[in-house]
Design a protein around this ligand. Structure first.
Ligand code: ATP
Ligand code: MG
Length: 462
């Protein structure tokens, strides 16, 4: 899979550096300074915004490198999602260089620098060693979990707090050199993901690293050794200690990585799915886990496809798929004739979302849309003639219709219903009116609900 990338070019040259008898855990080794004839990268592969930021920092007298996923992805011949810059300037100093920037984050303070249409994340080298951890700006709790990581240091120190060897390559575009402290290039070449330092300590410090491992395995096809996989399985419950808002961001990165289906299976395999979404994970039966009939798998597959076609995706659609079975199960506990009542569905929706958001905080802006998508299902199924035009214009129609299609494909609904909604969107106005009219005879007329009479209370108030 790494054919076509810089690896074949540097493979031979790196041979002379090859570490013999290297342990599975990556420990600091002498940094390798690689010139362009070895690393084969070129600054033009870096976005214009990131180049500008590095140059301005250098002009102001600071060191600045590209680091993390962007360098890793350049070596893998993949398009970097974003370009992260790391520097010896403190966040305040970075702000002085770029007046149009702002400091964000508390646990980990970084600067967002605007460069044209890009926003470049600039972080300061962290020290993060044990002694420093005693200081106020860098803190771990009694379980060794990192609470804050804001003690600044040098690049040689910074490398130790990065998660994986492949994410610890520093590319200085001013001198066109790459510094590889942890044999990250060997790991890229071997297609493997290795933690820097002791894996259990690193997971303990920040359990999100397990989700990151899943993401890089799913997205980049990097392999984890079996010990590391066991470690994730045995420590999946540490995820409970991560703030729910942070988990939402990480889950979204996983499901919107373009490899959501793969990520789903890996999460399940490592027991992480049950930790993130306990009720949803419990609700999945055989049909839900079959790619031909499972709504969640179909939803993820659709999303992967849309991302590969560079089409927009929305988080709410995915979460509507993830929790649908759990919501349906709660509705099914009602007596038969009440099961599909909109109010029963709404109750179940709020209950399930309420319980599940204890672990992964789904922001209200997303959960509101999830409920709207579910809520529209019964209206799309009922097809009340007078409501058709309104439904077609509804701002959630598209997402609700896509969801209806999935339900139909998974055998939950009569496929003729989905076809009807597809046809009515595609036909001209006269045909549309005809379709609506034809419904009229079969459509169930709206029953007026009788309001119960309000009796007067003893004190005369209504
Ligand atoms: P992506 O392609 O998704 O952007 P990435 O590796 O660049 O992948 P970022 O979240 O952008 O991920 O982080 C940039 C870099 O910061 C990482 O490559 C890694 O070196 C470091 N990093 C990020 N999160 C962690 C973490 N939880 N623990 C240790 N290092 C981290
Ligand atoms: Mg990144």
């Amino acid at each position: 899979m790494f054919g076509g990338c810089q690896i074949p070019l540097i493979k031979k040259l790196l041979k002379s550096f090859a570490a013999k008898g290297r342990p599975q855990r990556a420990d600091p080794v002498d940094p390798r300074l690689l010139g362009p004839e070895v690393h084969g990268l070129s600054p033009v592969q870096v976005s214009k915004g990131a180049r500008q930021v590095v140059k301005s920092l250098a002009d102001a007298g600071y060191c600045a490198d590209l680091v993390g996923g962007c360098v890793r992805d350049l070596f893998l011949d993949k398009r970097p999602k974003d370009f992260d810059v790391v520097t010896d300037a403190s966040p305040e100093e970075v702000r002085q260089v770029f007046p149009r920037s702002r400091i964000v984050g508390r646990r980990f303070r970084i600067v967002h620098v605007r460069a044209g249409r890009e926003v470049i994340e600039v972080s300061t080298y962290r020290a993060g060693n044990e002694d420093e951890a005693e200081r106020e700006d860098s803190a771990k709790n009694k379980f060794g979990r990192i609470l804050r990581d804001n003690v600044f240091g040098t690049r040689d120190q910074d490398v130790h707090r990065r998660d994986f060897t492949v994410n610890a390559l520093y590319y200085d575009i001013n001198t066109n050199t790459v510094v590889d402290y942890m044999r990250g290039l060997d790991d890229i070449e071997a297609g493997r993901l290795r933690f820097i330092g002791d894996p259990l300590t690193r997971i303990n410090e920040d359990p999100v690293r397990m989700l990151r491992a899943v993401r890089f395995k799913a997205k980049l096809g990097l392999s984890l050794d079996s010990d590391l996989e066991d470690l994730c399985r045995n420590h999946a419950r540490l995820i409970r200690h991560v703030p729910p808002a942070r988990l939402f961001d990480e889950v979204l990165k996983l499901f919107h990585s373009g490899h959501g289906v793969e990520a789903f299976w890996l999460l399940r395999e490592f027991g992480l799915l049950a930790e993130l979404f306990p009720e949803a994970a419990r609700s999945y039966g055989e049909k839900d886990l079959d790619p031909n009939t499972g709504i969640v798998l179909k939803g993820l597959h659709n999303t992967d496809l849309r991302i590969s076609q560079r089409k927009p995706v929305i988080a709410a659609f995915l979460f509507a798929c993830v929790f649908w079975r759990a919501v349906r199960l709660q509705c099914d506990q009602q007596e038969e004739k009440r099961r599909n009542h909109p109010q029963i569905l709404q109750r179940a929706a709020f209950d399930v979302l309420g319980r599940e958001t204890q672990r992964v905080m789904i922001p209200r802006r997303v959960s509101t849309v999830v409920v709207e998508i579910w809520d529209m299902q019964s209206r799309l199924e009922t097809r009340r003639p007078r409501m058709i035009e309104k439904l077609l214009e509804h701002r959630r129609f598209r997402a609700a219709y896509d969801f209806l299609l999935l339900r139909s494909e998974s055998g939950e609904l009569d496929p003729r219903l989905a076809t009807w909604w597809t046809d009515i969107q595609e036909c001209d106005q006269p045909s549309r009116q005809k379709m609506i009219k034809e419904l009229g005879s079969s459509g169930s007329p709206r029953k007026r609900r009788k309001r119960p009479r309000r009796s007067k209370s003893p004190n005369g108030n209504v």
